[in-house]
Design a protein around this ligand. Structure first.
Ligand SMILES: Cc1cc2nc3c(=O)[nH]c(=O)nc-3n(C[C@H](O)[C@H](O)[C@H](O)COP(=O)(O)O)c2cc1C
Length: 307
């Protein structure tokens, strides 16, 4: 049996955690005031730049909750946050939308493109906030195309992405971008936003999203593409560092699962409230009254300023 105390050097989650924790923050206290977390995301105002994660199959992970996706969606609705939904069928996605949460519908990179178009159409007709695809879930552990819930995944070309963008009036978001070249392809395909992410370490030795983020921001400078980040966004400090390095907003992820398991919607709200307070505190200490004021100028890495 594997010894869990021994660190796996290929584990992107561990590499990402170490990188996040190695970034330090300097203080700008003189003239500083309390901060507002209000953030405009894809043209609408929300109370925080922290968004709910795109999760799925939660019955397997959290057997104690009857419908955990709906429960976290309710928390997003109550806290005026952007909500995300991972793989689910149209019927269950309809129930998530019925919570009233402004929800981004993340569609798997199905080999069957008709299924992608069908889910895009359902999302648009039923009032989703945006629609997108986690393009980094194409391959399984054996290097072949993965099969999820009996559906084979398949290669997605730049033209495929463009065809999804053109199939809907909703903003189209590409989740799972982890290189400048993919980010540029998304921009050229007309995507409204990207999520810089390694999808909880699907690929061994994946670069931490925040290490790549400044290069992605530079490459997309002047475009209208909004840049989001996830992986390891467990605290307000993690969110602060992502915003400082150029993200417009972040998705928290597995951090909501233990409170969701324990207390459902209320547990998730407590966790987000904690993260919001931590972010507001760091904004206060660094003289940032608004989320747009947060900049890499306050960050240090290995004894040198990052910005
Ligand atoms: C149980 C579980 C299910 C997930 N399902 C999806 C999914 O269906 N679609 C997707 O894009 N990402 C999915 N993800 C990935 C998350 O959205 C996120 O990218 C990943 O967990 C990294 O963030 P974290 O380190 O904050 O957990 C899932 C993650 C978990 C833990």
């Amino acid at each position: 049996m594997a010894d869990k105390t021994v660190k796996n050097p290929a584990d992107a989650n561990g590499i990402t955690r170490d990188y996040l924790d190695s970034i330090l923050i300097e203080e700008r206290i003189i003239d500083a005031t309390t901060a507002s977390l209000e953030t405009e995301i894809l043209g609408q105002k929300f109370s925080t730049p922290i968004m709910m994660p795109a999760l799925s199959f939660l019955r397997a992970f959290l057997p104690e909750r009857e419908n955990a996706m709906i429960e976290y969606s309710r928390a997003a609705m109550n806290m005026n946050m952007v909500n995300w939904a991972g793989m689910t069928d149209n019927e269950d996605f309809g129930k998530i939308l019925a919570t009233g949460a402004k929800t981004v519908r993340v569609i798997k990179p199905f080999a069957d493109k008709d299924k992608v178009f069908d889910e895009i159409a359902f999302a648009e007709q039923n009032g989703a906030f945006a629609v997108g695809m986690d393009i980094d879930h194409v391959f399984g552990d054996d290097g072949g195309y993965d099969v999820v819930a009996d559906y084979p995944m398949g290669t997605q070309t730049k033209e495929d992405i463009r065809s999804y963008v053109e199939a809907t009036k909703l903003p189209f978001v590409v989740k799972g971008v982890l290189s400048v070249s993919d980010a540029v392809k998304c921009a050229e395909s007309g995507a409204a936003a990207i999520v810089v992410s390694h999808h909880r370490g699907r690929m061994p030795f994946a670069i931490p999203p925040l290490m790549l983020l400044p290069d992605v921001c530079k490459a997309l400078e002047g475009s209208k593409v909004e840049i989001f980040v996830d992986c390891g966004m467990n605290s307000g400090a993690d969110a602060y560092k992502a915003l400082a390095l150029g993200a417009k907003a972040v998705l928290t992820g597995r951090a909501i699962m233990p409170p969701l398991a324990k207390e459902g919607t209320e547990g998730v709200e407590k966790q987000i409230d904690k993260m919001n307070r931590e972010l507001a505190m760091l904004m206060g200490y660094t003289g940032c009254a608004r989320t747009e004021d947060i900049s890499a100028d306050a960050l240090w890495l290995n004894g040198k300023k990052l910005g």
